[in-house]
Design a protein around this ligand. Structure first.
Ligand SMILES: Nc1ncnc2c1ncn2[C@@H]1O[C@H](COP(=O)(O)OP(=O)(O)OP(=O)(O)O)[C@@H](O)[C@H]1O
Length: 406
């Protein structure tokens, strides 16, 4: 069972160089989140800050009630046990075979005997499809196999949070597709909280439940995948389209005049690509428990999202789901052929958490509480389950309100 990671007002600098400031977001437990951003925007620094390898100057990273930024060494040691990390190159020891590489954390950090170590290692090797390669050395295997070996090693201590630093770097598109499927399947099997740093647009479009983007030393956005994937924010659009025109330059941000001129050249056709469905789990893999939790959360906070995201979310609901959330028939929806009225009560899925008490009204274009042009991060969304007087929890990150966002 994964745990939530709550990041609040986090700022990190190296000397005079501000990497990012005032980053606020929540990685919901058991969900898959992706962090995007141009090179050098501090994605790896962010991952290292979550595990306490780097110390931000301001802010908090709260996991199981412990603030990683200010806790004692002992508490940090305990918190780190919750993490599994897949480094870019797998970070395997070149002189050890795969079995010993994967067994390493068990031998270092547990008192398990060799029989138990063997059982755990083989179980994880099977999960990532490496059975039969136990005696191979890292130098004898492909990049994709190295990633999978690194992933097996990240899994051996049954982490509740798994961080992936560019899992797709150096892989061809087919291997990347296999790895992405493996990530989704592993999430279903472990229900751990996943955070993936990637530059791969296809990964960002198909794998996560939530997406965030670092830009200009801030968290530009963080929220359900539908929010970023329908965003018309120039930097987000440019990044997700992988094109030159826009505010992101070769090695630094362009000035606003140049970016505007380039966007004008596109003639207004900024081409927000169609939102494609998220990857399904492989046949035989247990359902992802996070899917229902996420849907409950997103539906409870629907009105805080931008209209395009709301439309996409409502469109993706099956008849049964519309019935579950009390979405009016007039709202757009994809019909799965089962009219809501015919769904027997006993068949309807039980919520994993209580669903918000108020039914979600059908959004009507241009009469919603959020004006079309108002970005979603300007709305502090509230956890529906929070009792009155409890601290407000920001499920969706927001852009810093400070300065000129440079
Ligand atoms: N330990 C450090 N000391 C000083 N500067 C650092 C340190 N670690 C990272 N940086 C700087 O922080 C900035 C962000 O680096 P980081 O590797 O996090 O970027 P990134 O977004 O992950 O980039 P990429 O996508 O290219 O991997 C860079 O300018 C880097 O030089």
């Amino acid at each position: 069972m994964g745990v939530e990671v709550a990041v609040e007002g986090l700022s990190k600098s190296f000397g005079a160089q501000t990497i990012w400031s005032d980053v606020t977001l929540t990685l919901p437990r058991g969900e898959i989140s992706v962090l995007l951003g141009p090179s050098g925007t501090g994605k790896s620094v962010f991952l290292k800050s979550l595990v306490g390898l780097l110390k931000p100057e301001q802010g908090h990273v709260v996991i199981n009630g412990v603030d990683v930024c200010s806790c004692s060494e002992h508490e940090l040691y305990e918190i780190r046990k919750l993490f599994g990390v897949l480094f870019q190159d797998g970070a395997l020891f070149g002189s050890m075979n795969l079995f010993d590489n994967i067994a390493f954390p068990l031998r270092e950090h547990t008192r398990k005997g060799e029989t138990e170590v063997r059982n755990v290692v083989l179980e994880k090797m099977e999960m990532v499809g490496l059975i039969g390669s136990e005696t191979k050395l890292p130098g004898e295997i492909s990049g994709g196999m190295k990633k999978r070996a690194g992933l097996a090693r990240a899994l051996v201590l049954d982490p509740e949070i798994i961080l992936f630093d560019e899992p797709d770097s150096g892989l061809d598109p087919v291997r990347t597709a296999y790895l992405n499927q493996l990530i989704v399947d592993l999430n279903a099997q472990t229900d751990a909280t996943f955070l993936i740093v990637t530059h791969d647009i296809n990964t960002a479009r198909t794998v996560p439940d939530n997406i965030g983007m670092l830009f200009r030393r801030n968290l530009a956005m963080f929220g359900p995948r539908e929010v970023l994937l329908t965003s018309t924010e120039p930097a987000v659009e440019q990044f997700l389209n992988g094109r030159r025109q826009g505010p992101i330059g070769m090695s630094e941000e362009k000035d606003s005049g140049q970016a505007a001129a380039e966007l004008a050249e596109l003639g207004g056709d900024n081409g927000v690509p169609q939102l494609i469905p998220q990857l399904e789990i492989s046949p035989g893999v247990p359902k992802r428990a996070a899917v229902q939790r996420r849907q409950d959360r997103v539906m409870a906070n629907l009105q805080s999202l931008n209209p395009s995201a709301q439309r996409e979310i409502l469109n993706s609901l099956s008849s049964r789901e519309r019935h579950r959330y009390g979405v009016a028939d007039g709202a757009p929806a994809v019909d799965n052929g089962v009219p809501a009225a015919e769904v027997p009560a006993a068949e309807a899925e039980q919520p994993t958490e209580p669903v918000g008490p108020k039914p979600t009204p059908t959004p009507r274009p241009r009469t919603r509480s959020i004006p079309e042009q108002q970005p979603p991060w300007s709305q502090d969304s509230v956890d529906e389950q929070a009792p009155a007087g409890a601290p407000r929890r920001r499920w969706f990150g927001r852009k810093s309100n400070r300065g000129d966002n440079q």
